[in-house]
Design a protein around this ligand. Structure first.
Ligand SMILES: *Cc1c(COP(=O)(O)O)cnc(C)c1O
Length: 368
């Protein structure tokens, strides 16, 4: 039995007549910029994340960037983050004028909190953990260290909408949370989009102005800002898909559990994603560590199964980071992981038989 298993199925998700109707009606009003749907999104996203304030932005990258700007971070400041993330995490730090300082990750792919204090210098201003794969970083320890050293915390929650520790949702721990609504994310729109969460009315107000040229009213600015607004049409899409976000998460969790069960007893070949009883993971990705990865990828591709690697090149080995003084060997755990990790399809449109098929072919590769 052979079948095709795509890594994602966006065409299927977006064949949605109700959504088309909602978008069509916007073309009668034509309030394309800062229409009322943006505010509606902000109110609902704040509730979703369990925070007092949320703002719609043009991307997850700018959510990180504007949080840094609003906190006054820039030239001469250091921001501690991880080398195992999408490049935007470090890119936003550099765009703000600050220096990304990497610490290695732990076996759970997230910031190794035992290494943070060793990386703190008098220039350190912010801890910027990433909730990679939709699994929250260890925010309890990170917040303790931040309090002790008087550092800000910005959570890169781009992959982790509604993930939680003891019921407390990501984006509600730090000074700000940065979310992406990119088509590939769990809560996705039909283009670029992002959101910032915060408990601080002050920070919210600063970012609200920064995203809209620094304007405080129609004609006057308080300071120079940017154009980082969430399009009204994408806000309409976000409001629509938000109704479904819990169902999407539940299906991804169920799919992940099927893989876990299928791979039980294969510890010699396949390392499963970490699990913690107090943590809600949302499985933006289902990442295994696999022996002999290139051959496994080929084996699966030949059987119609699409996989990805998140991410094949650690950020500290990207060209501009070599100029910052980083080199191979600096973060051995991250580098080891980058050679072994493999993301299996886990999206909400998979049928159970497809997941069993993927698992069977992975097992067949090792037992073959
Ligand atoms: C996707 C992503 C971003 C960037 O989000 P955009 O909306 O594409 O700008 C940042 N960090 C992580 C971890 C991501 O996965």
């Amino acid at each position: 039995m052979s079948m095709t298993v795509k890594y994602l199925d966006l065409p299927r998700q977006f064949q949605d007549e109700e959504l088309f109707r909602l978008i069509r009606s916007q073309f009668e009003r034509c309030q394309f910029v800062m229409g009322p749907e943006v505010e509606e999104f902000e109110a609902r996203f704040a509730v979703l994340c369990g925070v007092p304030h949320a703002l719609g932005l043009n991307s997850g990258t700018d959510a990180i960037f504007l949080a840094l700007k609003a906190l006054g971070i820039g030239q001469g400041d250091e921001v501690i983050t991880v080398p195992n993330s999408f490049v935007a995490t470090a890119g936003a730090i550099v765009a703000a004028g600050a220096k990304p300082v990497f610490v290695d990750v732990a076996a759970d792919y997230n910031m190794d909190v035992t290494l943070i204090e060793g990386a703190i210098t008098p220039q350190t201003k912010v801890l910027l953990p990433v909730h990679l794969t939709g699994n929250p970083a260890d925010m309890t320890v990170i917040m303790e260290i931040a309090r002790e050293h008087k550092l800000f915390v910005i959570e890169d929650a781009a992959q982790a909408v509604t993930a939680a520790i003891d019921g407390k949702r990501v984006g509600s721990f730090g000074d700000a949370g940065a979310f992406s609504l990119h088509p590939l994310k769990n809560l996705n729109v039909s283009g670029d989009g992002g959101a910032l969460t915060t408990g601080s009315a002050d920070l919210c107000e600063k970012v609200r102005m920064l995203r809209n040229h620094g304007l405080k009213n129609r004609d006057e600015i308080g300071f120079f800002g940017y154009n980082s607004r969430l399009d009204t049409i994408q806000a309409i899409v976000a409001n629509h898909v938000m109704k479904n976000v819990d169902a999407v998460t539940k299906t991804r969790q169920k799919n992940a559990a099927i893989y876990d069960e299928e791979f039980a007893g294969m510890e010699d070949h396949v390392v499963l994603p970490p699990r913690r009883a107090d943590v809600k993971q949302v499985f933006h990705t289902y990442i295994i560590r696999a022996k002999n990865r290139p051959a496994l990828i080929e084996h699966l591709a030949a059987r119609g199964i699409e996989t990805k690697v998140h991410y094949p090149m650690p950020i500290h080995l990207q060209r501009p980071c070599l100029q910052l003084g980083y080199k191979p060997g600096d973060f051995p755990e991250c580098e080891r992981q980058s050679a072994e990790i493999l993301s299996l399809p886990v999206h909400q449109h998979l049928e159970e038989k497809q997941i069993h098929y993927v698992a069977k072919e992975v097992k067949g590769f090792y037992n073959g």
